[in-house]
Design a protein around this ligand. Structure first.
Ligand code: GLC
Length: 572
């Protein structure tokens, strides 16, 4: 099936699906832009807002519904912008507020919604209020905006509790008083340069409501809320218990977790109820999406109760093995948990914090690594790409919203042989150079294979080097090339819309071991996660994650979309 044929089917089939469209907050495919690596307009090797504006038509052509931009705010860039020094301004590296407005206008003109990243757990230590806090005395109003505490031990020389930073090392840093003597400690769940806000302080709450208003008034369609489960800490900041710590460590390799007095406290929901009330005063349909690494899908569903956020990332799905039984169980649990609160389910396979799914699925089953180094076991690229394409076709067939990470439509792997000296993720040095961290998935995108820097920006500079494999995967090598990963995404996104899969529901059909077979509306979807081919299910083959010579078998590591019999009958 070519895209032209797809487009025709799409037009025909959507004719009566138009007004009023389904609520985008329940169905959208959201494309994550990581601004520093998307497209560069000024040749400094770092992506920027004008670069995004310039490349937006390519995203409209892909067939997504919305974009989410990782932070572009004023920041010393210690954690690639997740360390915000001014929540109401654009960092000069990325452009200006006027560049933002131009980008927003262009996106809206192309029919794309725009979600921005809000980082409410911590600021940069270069934020004006943190500078004031450091200069002020213990107990002052300035210090009350952050989490300052006296140390333990005879002279306050020990940190106030045993919490560790998600980027490794202690979660507390001691300050130095004006006279040069050691002072209080402040909490930072991430880097030393990312002090945690004090969400018990009404002034902080008011400030963030104002930040939300600032961007809503500018016309953004909503917010992705960074570490949404961290804002409120347990009263008294008790030590993390050994069992909690063990569960936390087992949780996920990036350490963004999950069990203990700093995570997922019930009172954090007060904050989101307030934000939701504010959003509801804006028309017509703004969104809040939680990044919350919590221990269960039931806990996650609490963030999307009907007076809180609209969506939450489904990291259990991202973390599932390429295994039919595991995937089915996560899909069922996700749908059930969200149905209890009336929220849409979301699906995601990659983002800027994890090894891309092409690389992940090319590794033997086991715990996900936090980055891959040149000396580590290297992923099997061919297998990884094949599985990643199959995993993507499964994801895009599921009802609800799907999140894509820039470059996955090109089938990009991580850079798994990056020179250690170039690493910028604070995890690298905070872990005493034992954990690679997240740079491998953050490499500048390849747009045109024959241009310097693969077309990332004028002059060819890129803030991280691109692996040689990226040239062949450049967008211009794949656009309108039958069988390319890019065309697979475009076709799948068009069919997803045409067959209204996002507003559908799942019914499981019996299937061989290792195979998932489900019906969503007019389509049957089958994914063979096993190592042996199985007979092809009934139905007319609409698309496949790999090219199939023989339509009677469904090979290993392949997903197909078929028109089910009901549809065939109505055609005859
Ligand atoms: C989130 C972001 C991650 C960042 C962290 C601290 O998990 O996705 O990139 O490092 O929060 O802000």
């Amino acid at each position: 099936m070519t895209l032209e044929e797809t487009t025709m089917t799409f037009t025909e089939l959507t004719a009566d699906l138009e007004t009023p469209g389904p609520d985008w907050r329940r169905t959208a495919v959201v494309y994550q832009i990581y601004p520093r690596s998307f497209a560069d307009s000024n040749g400094d090797g770092i992506g920027d807002l004008p670069g995004i504006t310039h490349r937006l038509p390519a995203l409209a052509q892909l067939g997504i519904d919305a974009i989410w931009l990782s932070p572009f705010y004023k920041s010393p860039q210690v954690d690639a912008g997740y360390d915000v020094a001014d929540y109401r301004d654009v960092d000069p590296v990325f452009g200006t507020l006027a560049d933002f407005d131009a980008m927003l206008d262009k996106a809206h003109g192309l029919g794309l919604k725009v979600i921005v990243d809000l980082v409410p757990n911590h600021s940069s230590d270069e934020h004006e209020w943190f500078r004031q806090a450091l200069a002020a005395a213990p107990g002052s109003l300035e210090r009350e905006r952050y989490m300052f505490r006296d140390g333990r031990g005879e002279n306050g020389e020990l940190p106030p509790n045993n919490w560790e930073s998600c980027f490794r090392g202690p979660a507390w840093t001691r300050t130095t008083d004006a006279d040069g003597t050691p002072g209080q400690w402040y909490l930072h769940l991430f880097d030393t340069k990312q002090p945690d806000w004090n969400w018990e302080n009404p002034e902080v709450r008011a400030e963030f409501l104002d930040v939300l208003r600032f961007w809503l008034d500018r016309g953004v369609d909503g917010f992705r809320v960074d570490v949404a489960h961290a804002l409120i800490k347990a009263p008294g900041l008790p030590d993390q218990q050994a069992a909690e710590k063990a569960a936390d460590d087992a949780g996920n390799p990036e350490g963004f977790f999950n069990v203990g007095p700093m995570w997922d406290q019930d009172r954090v929901h007060e904050v989101y109820r307030e934000w939701r009330a504010l959003l509801d005063t804006y028309s017509p349909d703004r969104i809040l999406c939680a990044e919350a690494w919590v221990p269960s899908l039931d806990r996650l569903a609490r963030y999307v109760r009907d007076d809180e956020m609209h969506q939450a990332f489904n990291f259990d799905y991202l973390e599932s093995e390429w295994d039919a039984a595991h995937l089915r169980s996560v899909i069922d649990k996700s749908v059930t948990a969200n149905e209890t609160v009336g929220a849409p389910t979301t699906w995601v396979l990659s983002n800027h914090d994890v090894v891309r799914h092409v690389s992940r699925l090319g590794l033997p089953a086991g715990p996900r690594p936090n980055g891959i180094r040149a000396d580590d076991l290297q992923p099997d690229h061919e297998l990884g790409l094949r599985r990643a394409r199959a995993a993507t076709l499964l994801m895009l067939a599921l009802p609800g919203s799907a999140y894509m990470y820039q470059g996955e439509e090109l089938g990009l792997p991580d850079h798994t042989a990056l020179d250690d000296d170039l690493r910028q993720d604070p995890t690298w040095w905070r872990s005493q150079y034992t954990e690679a961290g997240r740079d491998g998935c953050r490499v500048p995108l390849p747009w045109e294979a024959d241009e310097p820097g693969l077309g990332f920006g004028p002059g060819g500079a890129t803030w991280l080097p691109q692996p040689t494999a990226y040239a062949e995967l450049a967008r211009d090598r794949q656009l309108e090339v039958e069988g390319s990963t890019l065309e697979m995404y475009r076709t799948a996104l068009a069919f997803r819309r045409a067959f209204a899969l996002a507003v559908g529901s799942i019914e499981w059909a019996p299937a061989a071991t290792g195979v998932l077979q489900l019906v969503n509306g007019e389509l049957t979807i089958a994914a063979n996660t096993g190592s042996e081919p199985v007979p092809m299910p009934d139905g007319e083959l609409l698309m496949s994650s790999v090219e199939l010579d023989d339509h009677s078998v469904l090979p290993a590591d392949t997903t197909v979309w078929l028109l089910t019999e009901v549809f065939n009958e109505s055609q005859s």
